[in-house]
Design a protein around this ligand. Sequence first.
Ligand code: NDP
Length: 343
Amino acid sequence: TTVFVSGATGFIALHVVSDLLKAGYIVIGSGRSKEKNDGLLRRFNNHPNLSVEIVKDIAAPNAFDEVFKKHGKKIKVVLHTASPFHFQTTDFEKDLLTPAVNGTKSILKAIKEYAADTVEKVVITSSVAALVNPGDMGNPSLLISEESWNRDTWESCQANAVAAYCGSKKFAEKAAWEFLKENKSSVKFSLSTVNPGYVFGPQMFADSLKNGINTSSGIIAELVHSKAGGQFQNYSGVFIDVRDVSKAHLVAFENPECAGQRLVLSEGLFCSQEAVDALNEEFPQLRGKIATGEPGSGPSFLEKNSCKFDNSKTKKLLGFKFYNLRDCIVDTASQMLEVQNQV
Ligand code: NDP
């Protein structure tokens, strides 16, 4: 079975590619440049079941046409993970919203055009951001589940970069469900979305930490590199380990019951305070050197400052246990400290 993975060089996607290869799938990955793609092949030791294609910018209309023209007749499963995830912009439409939405539309359009009879499953990496906007995330009287939608509009989500990123995930996911509704008779695939909370956990390859860091892992890096007595931003929300996110991408297309479902990936609520507590308790070499905040205050902070989540439907569909916060943070930070000690 051949699986296409867009954005294959990303933090989550590298785990997905690894899990797919381990499970015996043939993988075609897209990356933005020859350099990135060469790096991808090298990291997987030129695995015979892995090949790559360049998709330079998913914002471009028809971005995926060439790939599907060339490989469409082989591809049975499409995992669309590529989407901008950063807050370094003031042009939210150009840098966040448009690429997210266009990328989703163009990959589905390419499937319809060149692989309508072959692609059976499409999994889109959406987000908890598609379920709830940043403001509502802090509302303790709100309950979020697989049925929820971020209530921001195209306009209101452009209040700041975080809201715009969240909006980009909502509008991209909506575009996918709408595409399927409108094209039901001309495509064969069923659609599932994977909607993770904050994703932490180790990089698939430790050397990824040497040239910048992906946005969600940056939250933990900031704590590992904080100063004694220093302040940190107390991020809060739900979290999930990247190894579970990867696994869920496979179950999403392997388990027929996941067809048509939104899989909300959360092991539970988290805030930076709880993560920093874990670091101080688990790493003697960090104790006294990094921030402490108000140890133990995490749970009461979350009770007052976070909405509630119910993803029991997803847990039942996936049927595997998620990494807990402690193990997730310890494995994330251990890798960061190891890499730091090498330089
Ligand atoms: P990364 O930034 O590591 O991965 C994003 C991938 O998308 C990269 O390969 C990136 O390429 C690619 N990409 C971004 N913009 C474009 C573009 N315009 N054209 C082509 N490729 C592009 O982050 P993650 O692995 O964390 O994110 C993967 C997916 O998971 C995204 O859809 C994200 O929204 C979603 N997600 C992530 C969460 C998290 O906490 N990490 C939580 C919920 C959802 P390049 O690096 O070369 O720019």
